[in-house]
Design a protein around this ligand. Structure first.
Ligand code: ADP
Length: 395
């Protein structure tokens, strides 16, 4: 049996899983280190049948957390079966496929660090630490931007002087592993739908939408960075560019302070003034107008993006809701879809309330689906395909 270790290093968490390699990889082990860089950092190991196992880490910074995780993983019997490691790498510039990690690729990732200073340094650190410890273990970088490389040039271009485009400043889009997984799932459950006009709504703490035709990305709401597009839990999404100069003049705000504000203090948190978590806001909206406005703004903006992408696609056949909010919140889906009857979007209230896989009304022109996304499984599948690990299991 060949196994794949997947690693997904976020800003404050590192998720990991071990899968038995295959087209439908089977998860054998998984978990995460959360609160990296904060106090109370834990390694939490999933246990589908019982209480998760929790191990407290002494040192909290990212490097120490990585060492702790790798020490722990390497001591697991299943690590002996790991034939390859797949990483989620948030930014992959022009790469349109997963890439085997080589010294050349690592050097390239170092070079593009300024494009994603929030994620890339940590991801590269993890790749290098793993290579130091297990030099013969193949590693594969799975890029979150890769899915969107099919976007037409007009959707990629930013309307600023062309010389920046020559340096790689353009719209890349993110959440590509999630979208790739959702499109493969859609092809499995409804092959005709996958060939049609599809809007995928990945609504989690980070949130974006993608317009997809014939299984290929035509446009997406995130842009040069994941801060663009829709209002998110703590990110502002699209803003008037004139705000930068206004705040610099009136508040002496620096570029770094602006970057922090739009990524960590804005969105649902900024508008509500209380929480970035939609569940909290739904619980308090009846008595707190700021929470109510934050929730309504989120639904209003998702609605606008759906309208905009229906136009980009020349109509709509399928709408998919996914990620924490999209998969679990009937009330938010209902508010988003309200008033979209003119596009052919109509929900069946009973099925929506149950988070059923198909929630559109019978006879509605657009099929509306709820699909659970799984970025880690997509990584395991990509690594299996790329390194032909299927054959390892068979021999
Ligand atoms: P991340 O982008 O960090 O992976 P998730 O996909 O886990 O985020 O989504 C987290 C978001 O999903 C939070 O805003 C949370 O409030 C929201 N969420 C999860 N379950 C529900 C629910 N039952 N109702 C409303 N919102 C939910």
């Amino acid at each position: 049996m060949g196994c794949v270790l997947t690693i997904n290093a976020g800003s404050s968490s590192i998720r990991f899983a071990v899968y038995e390699a295959g087209e439908t990889p089977r998860r054998l082990l998984g978990g995460k280190i959360d609160r990296v860089g904060l106090s109370g950092t834990n390694l939490i190991v999933d246990d589908p049948d019982g209480k998760p196992q929790v191990l407290r880490l002494a040192a909290a910074d990212h490097r120490a957390a990585v060492r702790f995780l790798l020490d722990w993983l390497e001591a697991m019997p299943v690590f002996g079966l790991v034939k390859a490691v797949g990483h989620r790498v948030v930014h992959g510039m022009k790469h349109s496929q997963p890439e085997r990690v080589t010294p050349k690729l690592v050097a390239e990732l170092h070079k593009i660090m300024p494009y994603d200073p929030e994620h890339l340094p940590r991801e590269i650190g993890l790749i290098e630490e793993l290579r130091k410890r297990n030099p013969r273990l193949p590693q594969v970088a799975c890029f979150d931007t890769a899915f969107h490389r099919t976007m037409p040039r007009i959707a990629k271009l930013l309307p600023i002087p062309r010389r920046y485009n020559a340096k790689g400043v353009e719209r890349y889009g993110f959440h590509g592993l999630s979208y790739a997984y959702l499109i493969e799932e859609l092809a499995r459950v409804d092959p005709a739908a996958e060939k049609g006009r599809v809007i995928l709504a990945h609504l989690g703490n980070g949130a974006s939408l993608a317009a997809v035709r014939h299984g290929e990305s035509m446009d997406t709401s995130m842009g040069f960075t994941p801060a663009a597009g829709l209002v998110m839990s703590t990110r502002a999404g699209d803003l008037d560019p004139g705000l930068v100069y206004y705040l610099a003049r009136t508040e002496r705000m620096t570029a770094a302070q602006f970057q922090h504000m739009v990524n960590h203090e804005s969105g649902l948190l900024g508008v509500s003034g209380t929480s970035s978590d939609l569940r909290d806001l739904l619980a308090s909206e009846a008595s707190d107008v700021r929470a109510a406005e934050a929730v309504e703004m989120f639904c209003y903006q998702v609605r606008k993006w759906i309208g905009s992408f229906a136009v980009a696609l020349g109509g709509l056949d399928t709408l998919v809701f996914s990620a924490g909010i999209g998969e679990n919140s009937p009330v938010i889906r209902k508010r988003i879809c309200k008033g979209l009857g003119f596009l052919g979007i109509q929900l069946n209230g009973v099925r929506n309330a149950k988070n059923a896989p198909l929630i559109s009304a019978d006879g509605g022109r657009v099929k509306v689906r709820v699909m659970r996304t799984d970025e880690e499984l997509m990584i395991a599948r990509s690594v299996t395909r790329m390194l032909h690990l299927n054959s390892i299991r068979e021999t």
